[in-house]
Design a protein around this ligand. Structure first.
Ligand SMILES: O=c1ccn([C@@H]2O[C@H](COP(=O)(O)O)[C@@H](O)[C@H]2O)c(=O)[nH]1
Length: 436
């Protein structure tokens, strides 16, 4: 909604509407705009309502006062948050958290447009009441009525809003406290539902990365550890003796041991090529993999391609939002944009490959975290390993990828049990809420 700042009359109109709608009644002493696009409107409202303005810095200055919240206020003062658009509500929540850290009351937010994708619910779960001038349904109704868009477009948008299911209503970061069974009920992706249920039933959140080049060795390893895993992650293109029988044996084992199969192909091309790579060639990945990994780098086309390839089938995508390797080029902005993209295709998304619990809040998705061994360490090519305790208790992992830690252990079967038990203990501790 950054456009409003380009038109001074529009800015004035919006500030008058907001003032009459919610601000003139508010008892709050201060207003604070969510950086950055709500700052101009917050400034106008602060002048109109004669309330002092507080400004939240996104990054604290490295010099001087190093304050995150600028302005004149006392502990216990109340502050009204102003935001232009909410989707999940996470940007508003960041501002709320910073204000609360300073001892301010931040319990009310005024929004210009609520996109009706779960943000209001999330904020209310965090004791922030939300009033919005418009909702997306209002807006589309007005556009249809004034014939600016067709009735069919209005129906399509409403269907889209229903399909892009709102992140189910849990508090931000509460997802890590919810048990897998509960999250299985919340999710709309069929593979996420299955995986949550398998983890709960088998009491394991261990994903084995079978990075071996011999199909016999892979099958032999899975035969030994099948009872202790929920997910087998393959790199199908490293297998030197690949043949269709391997897929038959692997999928039979998946049924026998009740695990799912993730092909870690990390697709990263234009939609058309993705569809070919997914369905054709030697591997015909779509026929046997329950889910695949893919980069968000090429843009939405990649998810559109999977949507049409998977129409009518139960499949899932893990989007890469972060990587475990040292010096990788993924920035926080890239990660955020990836999460946004996932929100738009929520039904298709099984989860995100990521390293931090803050990366997303939606309890429907599974945080898949690679780069795990029993001791923190690094390999010689930049892989960074964290411990099970760190990734589950501190960093929010739901399902943990272990490769060489098990595959190259002296006794892989025994080592798989050690990993499984350690990871499960950490998960149980996390959902009990007893994390210091
Ligand atoms: O950020 C990422 C994404 C994927 N991986 C994959 O996980 C396994 C890790 O194997 P280890 O032997 O445990 O290091 C591997 O297949 C990677 O391709 C990752 O490590 N980091």
């Amino acid at each position: 909604m950054v456009f409003e700042i380009f038109y001074s009359q529009l800015q004035e109109l919006i500030s008058v509407l907001l003032y009459d709608f919610a601000i003139k009644e508010s008892k709050c002493q201060h207003v604070c705009g969510v950086p950055y696009t709500a700052l101009p409107i917050a400034t106008l409202l602060s002048v109109k309502a004669k309330k002092s303005m507080l400004m939240r810095r996104k990054e604290a200055k490295s010099y001087g006062t190093k304050k995150v919240i600028e302005g004149h206020y006392c502990v216990g003062d109340s502050c009204l948050i102003i935001e232009d658009v909410i989707t999940s509500g996470s940007s508003v929540m960041e501002t709320v958290n910073d204000l609360r850290k300073e001892g301010l009351k931040a319990d009310e937010a005024i929004i210009i447009l609520d996109r009706e994708q779960g943000g209001k619910q999330n904020l209310e779960n965090n004791n922030v009441s939300v009033k919005s001038l418009f909702t997306m349904s209002d807006l589309i109704g007005i556009l249809v009525e004034s014939k600016k868009v067709t009735e069919q477009m209005g129906i399509d948008v409403k269907n889209y809003l229903n399909n892009v299911q709102a992140p189910k209503s849990v508090s931000l970061n509460e997802r890590i406290l919810l048990p897998y069974e509960k999250r299985a009920e919340l999710t709309s992706n069929p593979i996420a539902k299955k995986l949550f249920n398998i983890m709960a039933v088998k009491k394991t959140n261990l994903c084995i990365s079978v990075d071996l080049t011999s199909s016999i060795k892979i099958l032999d390893l899975i035969e030994q550890i099948g009872d202790h895993i929920c997910l087998v992650k393959t790199h199908i293109d490293i297998i030197e003796d690949f043949c269709d029988n391997f897929i038959t044996s692997l999928t039979n084992m998946a049924k026998k041991f009740n695990f799912l199969i993730l092909e870690d192909r990390k697709f990263a091309d234009i939609g058309n090529t993705i569809a070919l790579q997914y369905e054709k060639g030697l591997y015909k990945i779509n026929e046997w993999a329950d889910c695949v990994t893919c980069h968000s780098l090429p843009g939405e086309g990649i998810l559109k391609a999977f949507s049409s390839s998977n129409e009518g089938t139960n499949k899932g995508i893990f989007l890469l939002a972060e990587m475990s390797s040292e010096g990788n080029l993924i920035t926080p902005e890239y990660t955020q944009a990836t999460v946004k993209m996932a929100e738009k295709y929520s039904k298709l998304i099984t989860g995100l490959v990521c390293q931090k619990k803050e990366t997303f809040n939606n309890p429907e998705w599974i945080q898949l975290t690679p780069g795990v061994q029993l001791e923190s360490s690094k390999d010689s090519l930049g892989q960074v390993y964290n411990t099970p305790e760190k990734v589950i208790l501190e960093n929010g992992a739901d399902c943990v990828v272990v490769g060489r830690g098990i595959v190259f252990a002296k006794n892989p079967a025994a080592e798989a049990i050690v990993y499984k038990d350690t990871l499960w203990r950490c998960y149980m501790k996390r959902i009990s809420g007893k994390i210091e």
